[in-house]
Design a protein around this ligand. Structure first.
Ligand SMILES: Nc1ncnc2c1ncn2[C@@H]1O[C@H](COP(=O)(O)OP(=O)(O)O)[C@@H](O)[C@H]1O
Ligand SMILES: [Mg+2]
Length: 294
């Protein structure tokens, strides 16, 4: 069990000077710095190829920054990686972070329940985790998580039989079972129809609001950011070009920031999203003036 206390009042996510280059290509991330307070719900916006997935994969320890760089990532006040090296705390920190992917990442042939219970594995003694011998209270917890997202009726179906939206809801219930303090969702609605997209975003917002889970969700269109995320961090060519209230991102501003790429972010809403990010929780971070990418 992890006994290291989270540092009270530390940012949930703190990224400093994060740079990443794959091979000899243009850098995928250039000196990205940002700080997310516990309980925030932040959209990570950017056209395809802007570095959203790469950034999120540095936050869950799947990618390491360029070796020898001054890059640093801290979660909950504890170092996850620095200078391209994972810290000794990485394993413990991964339990605090749940990742949700565009392509669902469930084990297709296993029942939904088994997929959700994966979230509880880290709490089991080794013999139980090897035998997948879950105590009754964990089964109960998983069932309740499935009820919470409205797919308890599918608990014993194979994951592959669920619709995309249902699979994404299963991934959210796995995050609930895990007890994650941070959810990183990488374009979780990119493959979904409008109604399912709304449901998934509503669930993420609800988990954020009711359980105080910090949520960072990448999106390549701005409509759902307006509806659900009080703050947006926008990436272009691996650089942060905007970090501030989503409401201040006018169409004109997006054109300034993205030029001809703006169209991709402004693609007409597939669905008029309902809520507005006015349900801002906590102080809206100040608009940070970031120089435009060259
Ligand atoms: N594993 C990888 N190997 C090589 N290049 C990569 C890899 N992952 C991402 N890239 C490159 O990094 C850039 C950012 O990609 P990505 O983070 O996937 O963007 P986004 O998620 O915003 O679409 C792109 O140019 C992409 O081709
Ligand atoms: Mg991506």
């Amino acid at each position: 069990m992890n006994t290291t206390p989270s540092v009270a009042s530390a940012p949930a996510i703190e990224v400093r000077s994060l740079s990443k280059r794959f091979g000899t290509a243009q850098p995928a991330l250039r000196e990205v710095s940002l700080s997310v307070q516990p309980g925030e719900m932040v959209a990570l916006l950017g056209a395809s190829g802007s570095g959203k997935s790469t950034l999120l994969r540095h936050l869950n320890g799947l990618h390491r920054a360029d070796a020898g760089s001054v890059s640093e990532v801290k979660l909950l006040g504890r170092r996850l990686q620095s200078g391209g090296r994972l810290s000794a705390e990485t394993r413990a920190l991964r339990r605090e972070v749940a990742s949700i992917f565009q392509q669902f990442n469930l084990v297709d042939r296993l029942p939904v329940m088994s997929n959700v219970l994966v979230g509880a594995l880290h709490r089991l003694p080794l013999w139980r985790s090897l035998l997948r011998a879950f105590p009754a209270h964990e089964l109960q917890g998983a069932y309740e998580a499935l009820q919470h997202v409205g797919i308890d009726a599918c608990a014993w179906q194979r994951a592959s039989t669920l619709s995309g939206g249902q699979q994404q809801r299963a991934a959210i219930s796995r995050a609930l079972v895990q007890g994650a303090k941070i959810i990183l969702a990488d374009e979780p609605i990119a493959s979904l129809d409008p109604a399912s997209s709304r449901r998934v975003m509503e669930l993420l917002a609800q988990v954020n609001r009711e359980r105080g889970v910090t949520v960072m969700v990448s999106l390549h269109q701005i409509d759902y950011a307006f509806a659900y995320c009080p703050r947006t961090v926008a990436l272009r060519h691996g650089q942060v070009v905007y970090d501030g209230p989503t409401a201040a991102l006018s169409e004109e501003r997006l054109h300034q920031l993205y030029g001809t790429q703006a169209g991709e972010l402004l693609t007409p809403a597939r669905d008029p999203a309902p809520a507005v990010a006015s349900a801002s929780r906590g102080p809206v971070p100040p608009l940070v003036a970031v120089p435009q990418a060259a």
